[in-house]
Design a protein. Structure first.
Length: 94
């Protein structure tokens, strides 16, 4: 029976890890969508934005699609460029 308990524990642990991964992915997607929305408001396309933040196009695509993490340094640079705070960037918009 000890093996069964170990498997149950492992299953619960994996469930938590997967849930955390999914939540991180969801947040990255939301952040990418928020940045895309702000780009539309400023009238910039992805190429123009990439030039402003000195990012390669594949890196920029990763940020906007939620497949790449943004560092705090990059978030700060994006916010300065868009004249908003990091809090405004990550706050859910109604």
């Amino acid at each position: 029976m000890k093996t069964g308990n170990s498997l149950t524990f492992l299953g619960r642990l994996l469930d938590k890890v997967c849930a955390a991964d999914l939540l991180q992915r969801e947040h990255r997607l939301a952040l990418g969508a928020r940045i895309e929305h702000l780009l539309t408001e400023t009238g910039w396309n992805r190429l123009q934005f990439g030039n402003h933040v000195r990012a390669e196009m594949n890196e920029l695509r990763g940020w906007l699609s939620g497949t790449r993490n943004l560092t705090l340094e990059v978030l700060t640079e994006i916010c300065a460029l868009l004249h908003i705070s990091v809090g405004d960037l990550v706050t859910e918009q109604a």
